[in-house]
Design a protein around this ligand. Structure first.
Ligand code: M6R
Length: 366
């Protein structure tokens, strides 16, 4: 059932070209003219009229919510908040009937997310779900939603569910931007073409797995890692660090790159590997100067860069190239090498990759 792969996690990482295509299947219509999310029919008006959208989730699903914050603000110009379900439910949050809460959950069984939904519902908000498990408790507790259709995810570390969550949330943000008139035609087309090219582009990243494995080998015995990114890549940095922590048991922190000089820069010396997501997008120049700051303190830098990048190669220890795509959907590509890097490091450390210690696939108790 692992389809020839040594672990479910690797199978799921390599399954992403297909799972992402499955998440989009039947949702982009006639010559890229429109997006249709069947499960949201009847609730799309509410979404378009929302005074605020609140994403809730835990772990990787919360990271998908953070990516969605950039997407929904940029493409649909709507007020967005992203909350850990566990904090939201105990905080006496201010919730209005005009709010739309979007709960993100792979399993659909996470206790804190479910409780947060009930609280928001009692306060009159509209609740939408972005779940993978069909008919799960969260899917049933929401008013409407869009399923991931990513297929079952067995590895405890979430990989293909994350990319499908971001894919579905991107479709929602694009559809909403279109509806609200905040998304110019050319950007709409660029994003839809970009989404459709993703499965092939992920194949391309996966073909590079040997290089990622070699880099993993070099850093197998590192004791700490820092992951840095800006904009949409800040949540990717958090996700990369979480992946490494949970399956290799190496301490790792994700930070927005600009926050580095507010503290974490003190950690940097020749023993500190720093992973930058440094693709060619609106924060490229800024991230280049962050890389220089780390190199000036002798940190060892691995950078995820856009293919063809020449500058960063001259500054860092290792680069991993990924194809170019529209910035708003680029987390779907930049996260893949980070998943692979964690996987290879964990395997080389002899960890139980699919079932790391102390963790459960779905956290049904708070
Ligand atoms: O099933 P859910 O998406 O609600 O699960 C949320 C988290 O428990 C989950 O993402 C967890 O952080 C993963 N182990 C991360 O890889």
């Amino acid at each position: 059932e692992k389809g020839g792969y040594p672990h479910f996690m690797l199978k799921e990482i390599f399954g992403q070209p297909k799972s992402i295509a499955d998440s989009m299947r039947g949702r982009i219509h006639a010559g890229n003219e429109s997006i249709q999310l069947g499960g949201l029919t009847g609730y799309f008006d509410r979404l378009a009229d929302a005074s605020r959208i609140i994403f809730i989730g835990c772990g990787t699903s919360w990271h998908a919510g953070l990516v969605a914050e950039y997407l929904f603000e940029e493409l649909a110009r709507v007020n967005v908040e992203v909350e850990y379900a566990s904090e939201f439910r105990y905080r006496n949050p201010v919730i209005h009937p005009g709010d739309v809460v979007i709960a993100i959950s792979q399993s659909g069984e996470t206790a804190d997310t479910l409780a947060a939904i009930e609280l928001a519902k009692e306060n009159g908000a509209t609740i939408l779900g972005v779940c993978n498990a069909v008919g799960s408790s969260i899917a049933r507790a929401t008013h409407a939603g869009a399923y991931l259709h990513a297929g079952p995810e067995i590895g405890v570390a979430s990989t293909k569910a994350f990319t499908s969550q971001v894919t579905v949330l991107a479709l929602m943000a694009i559809a909403l931007g279109r509806r609200k008139g905040t998304l110019p035609d050319h950007t709409f087309r660029e994003l839809l073409n970009g989404l459709q090219s993703l499965p092939g582009q992920i194949e391309q990243v996966l073909r590079n797995s040997d290089r990622i494995k070699e880099i993993g080998y070099i850093f197998t015995y590192a004791r700490n890692f820092i992951y840095l990114g800006r904009g949409v890549h800040f949540p990717v940095a958090l996700e990369g660090a979480l992946k490494l922590k949970e399956i290799s048991y190496i301490h790792a922190e994700g930070y927005p790159a600009a926050e580095m000089k507010h503290g974490p820069i003190a950690l940097i010396d020749e023993d500190m590997p720093v992973i930058f997501i440094a693709t060619r997008d609106s924060s490229y120049e800024k991230i280049v100067s962050n890389i220089q700051e780390v190199k000036a303190r002798k940190g060892r830098v691995i950078a995820i860069v856009t293919e063809g990048d020449q500058l960063i190669k001259t500054l860092v220890d290792f680069t991993i190239e990924i194809p170019w795509t529209h910035e708003m959907i680029s987390p779907l590509l930049s996260v893949v090498p980070l998943q692979l890097l964690s996987y290879y490091i964990a395997v080389m450390r002899g960890r139980n990759v699919d079932q790391p210690r102390n963790l459960a696939k779905s956290v049904t108790v708070e």
